[in-house]
Design a binder for this molecule. Structure first.
Ligand SMILES: C[S@@+](CC[C@H](N)C(=O)[O-])C[C@H]1O[C@@H](n2cnc3c(N)ncnc32)[C@H](O)[C@@H]1O
Ligand code: SF4
Length: 376
């Protein structure tokens, strides 16, 4: 069982907070799709003989792809890979691309999940981060997708905008709940060094919310969503029962995936690799069959820390059985000893055969996870 991730590194404009790799020069879209089709072929051995359970078109902005691109990509995928007929196939989409015509076009392809980046339902916040859509446009996009038969819709929300009040977030959450998407990803705004937002921060044009407000916001988010029937199955991800993202859950469970396109990451159990984050270098490499990826063989320590980091962010937590099986009794005992003080003060909990963060633990998860990591 494996997943395929396809990175479409184009955006019509850049949002001020984002450091995902993309360019606003859209002229090389056709070339990119051809290159990805070729990469699908050359990378087959990376996940040889695996059934593909999930395919995720992410970006950048995959909703910039046109009919001819989808035809080429799906033809090549089905020719080269053994794709399960129950595969979850997601397209990440921006609200301003989701016209009736575009949604009808998507319906002609095997997409069964749409992930829409809405980020906020307050126009002032959307303007601040340079989004291309308004709150109303976003609501309309979701409702159009629902009307045209897309049941499994996910919405991305960001909270913790500069000077944001808990009330503003509350308004956005209530609007979000009024459309009841099957899945919600809600991320605390992070200030990434290479972004315009970070520059505004260091010029003191905007100010960060404090840690206490961020915690209050997360608690409110968690309360409102769980009360409305969503399961907090990962620290930033909430789903109505049965609509947990299979693709992301596979990442967190350490399953294998192949990433295609510039900046895409791959993992096959023994190595991890990441493609170059530059469109021209990527296209040239694919054209001339030269290396476009950096490959790394994971050490035991790295595998352990990665497992800890991802598993502790989920509601399943760390499986003691998995830990013993993969890292040995001694490592498990060490973790148990390290965890005791967190268990005693209610930040970690043991349930059955697993160790997981409580809600209070989620609020300071970075500190706890860092403390539990394997550092020689
Ligand atoms: C690849 S990005 C964008 C997908 C799509 N192009 C869009 O704009 O809606 C996926 C999600 O990551 C989140 N994200 C990106 N940068 C972030 C940041 N600096 N802080 C918090 N969330 C971020 C946003 O919610 C975004 O929708
Ligand atoms: S958030 Fe989405 S649309 Fe905005 S710059 Fe990042 S990838 Fe592009």
């Amino acid at each position: 069982m494996a997943g395929i991730y396809i990175h479409i590194p184009f955006c019509k404009s850049r949002c001020t907070y984002c450091n995902f790799y993309s360019t606003t020069n859209l002229s090389l879209l056709d070339e990119l799709v051809n290159a990805i089709c070729k990469e699908m072929c050359t990378q087959m051995p990376y996940i040889v003989n695996e059934t593909i359970e999930t395919i995720y078109f992410g970006g950048g902005t995959p909703s910039l792809l046109k009919e001819k691109h989808f035809i080429a990509l799906f033809e090549q995928l089905s020719k080269l890979y053994n794709i399960s007929n129950k595969a979850e196939i997601t397209l990440e989409a921006n609200p301003d691309d989701l016209s009736i015509d575009y949604i009808q076009l998507l319906k002609r392809f095997p997409f069964n999940r749409i992930s829409i980046g809405i980020q906020s339902f307050i126009n002032k916040e959307l303007k601040l981060i340079n989004r291309r859509h308004s709150a109303i446009q976003a609501l309309e996009a979701v409702s159009l997708c629902q009307q045209h038969g897309f049941e499994n819709i996910s919405v991305d929300l960001i909270y913790g905008y500069p000077s944001q009040l808990t009330n503003n977030l509350s308004t956005s959450i209530d609007k979000l709940l009024s459309i009841r998407p099957k899945h919600i990803s809600a991320y605390l705004l992070s200030y990434e060094k290479s972004t315009a937002l970070y520059q505004q921060l260091i010029r003191h044009e905007i100010s960060e919310i404090n840690e206490e407000t961020a915690r209050e916001m997360y608690k409110m988010l968690h309360n409102k969503l769980t009360k409305a029937g969503y399961i907090a199955y990962e620290i930033s991800n909430f789903a109505l029962p049965g609509f947990e993202s299979k693709h992301n859950s596979a990442y967190w469970a350490g399953k294998h995936y192949l990433g295609l396109g510039p900046a895409a990451h791959s993992y096959n159990g023994s190595t991890r690799k990441w493609n170059v984050s530059n469109l021209n270098t990527y296209l040239n490499g694919i054209k001339h069959n030269t290396e476009i990826a950096t490959l790394e063989t994971l050490t035991e320590k790295e595998k352990y820390n990665e497992y800890l980091l991802t598993a502790l962010r989920t509601n399943q937590g760390i499986s003691i059985e998995f830990l013993v099986q993969h890292f040995g009794q001694e490592r498990m005992q060490l973790l148990k000893n390290q965890s005791l003080r967190y268990i005693n003060n209610g930040l970690l909990a043991v349930s059955g055969n697993s160790l997981r963060l409580t809600l209070d633990g989620f609020l300071i998860s970075d500190n706890i996870i860092a403390d539990l990591m394997w550092i020689d």
